[in-house]
Design a binder for this molecule. Structure first.
Ligand SMILES: NC(=O)c1ccc[n+]([C@@H]2O[C@H](COP(=O)([O-])OP(=O)(O)OC[C@H]3O[C@@H](n4cnc5c(N)ncnc54)[C@H](O)[C@@H]3O)[C@@H](O)[C@H]2O)c1
Length: 330
């Protein structure tokens, strides 16, 4: 399969690296506006490079492309790629606005091409293991989901604020783990050091079935922190996204209650803690492998355009709530 990467900055470089090591994939082209960047990837991956992505399509006719340009450029490149008949993997968020995202989805449908959105956290093996355990009923009823995504300031991202850059990751994880869309959101945001956009968010999400969600996201923390917590009647799961670790803190009272139908009072107390053995793997490798498999087999992509659109829509509602100080029905 002939594959190309459009935009070889921080994320696009990693797409190139992963494709270059993949069986059955021929890396036919890479495009970027930055000539030094192109020279570097040409030397490293022996791939033909183009400053103009239209020329890349004309000359190399890729079957599938990764779109890893800045978010505000996603629609332009996705539209061109789909018009040229390529299957596309668009980095998250799907686009900068809901209207742009809808147009990409509609065109992919019209052209009958695969469209996947790069919500990479779902491919973290610890998150995958957590999802399987939730589906297995290991936590009983879910009470609450919490995600923390804090870290240093990425000077290169100028086109969007921290919410649109990072919240789609966590909103998508929350939707994936609960299988639900939130009904309403509220957020407090702040612009502490960014010149144009917010750089800090505390968000609350209300899901159906009595589930609450909370988000702590910022670009102001001098160390990277990535954490997902799912609290339920049988205990607490904790994912350390960076280490790909999954822990379970058991509530022995809930387990006792399940074993003894005669217990009248439900309670919570401290029980054993388990750190599960997780087969670690690079999430991007799993994501791009899933994309190529879906293209090759014509099977459904694991993360659809609609998933990407929901994550964007909810993240934009968080931005709006932060600006207006209102609860937003989503
Ligand atoms: N999945 C993840 O964890 C993750 C992480 C980082 C970024 N991203 C997403 O990936 C995308 C890119 O982010 P990044 O951090 O790599 O940004 P970046 O600025 O490092 O790279 C973007 C590159 O695109 C190039 N570019 C811009 N316009 C172009 C055009 N018209 N044609 C060809 N190249 C063009 C730029 O020169 C730059 O090299 C964004 O949508 C971002 O949200 C996803």
């Amino acid at each position: 399969m002939k594959v190309a990467v459009i935009g070889v900055g921080s994320m696009g470089y990693n797409h190139l690296r992963v494709y270059s090591e993949m069986d059955g994939v021929e890396l036919v082209g890479a495009s970027d506006l930055d000539k030094d960047r192109l020279q570097m990837v040409e030397d490293r991956f022996s791939v033909e490079t183009f400053t103009n992505f239209e020329e890349l399509f004309e000359k190399t006719r890729p079957d599938a492309v990764s779109i890893t340009v800045p978010t505000s450029e996603h629609e332009k490149v996705a539209t061109y790629a789909l018009e040229k008949g390529a299957h596309i993997l668009v980095e998250k968020p799907i686009a900068a606005t809901v209207e742009e995202g809808k147009r990409i989805i509609e065109l992919a449908r019209k052209k009958d091409r695969q469209l996947m959105v790069g919500h990479i956290i779902r491919f973290n093996p610890a998150v995958q293991s957590l999802k399987a355990r939730l589906e297995n009923g290991d936590i009983g009823k879910i009470f609450q989901v919490f995600c923390r995504r804090a870290g240093p300031f990425p000077a290169r991202i100028r086109d969007v604020g921290v919410v649109i850059d990072l919240a789609p990751h966590d909103v998508d994880v929350m939707r994936f783990l609960t299988g639900l869309n939130p009904m309403r959101v509220f957020a407090e945001t702040e612009q502490q050091i960014h010149t144009d956009h917010e750089d800090l968010l505390f968000g609350l999400l209300r899901f159906p079935e009595g589930i609450t969600g909370a988000l702590e996201i910022n670009w102001l923390t001098p160390t990277k922190m990535r954490e997902t917590l799912v609290l339920g009647e049988k205990g607490l799961f904790r994912v350390d996204d960076l280490m790909q670790d999954l822990y379970f803190y058991e509530n022995p009272q809930a387990i006792g209650e399940l074993w003894s139908p005669f217990r009248a009072v439900r309670s919570v107390s401290e029980g054993s803690m388990t750190r599960f053995s997780i087969q670690r793997q690079e999430p991007l490798k799993a994501e791009l492998t899933a994309f190529i498999k879906a293209v090759r087999e014509g099977s459904p992509v694991p993360i659809t355009g609609q998933d990407g659109l929901e994550a964007l829509r909810i993240s934009l509602a968080l931005v709006e709530s932060g600006k207006t100080h209102r609860v937003i029905e989503v």
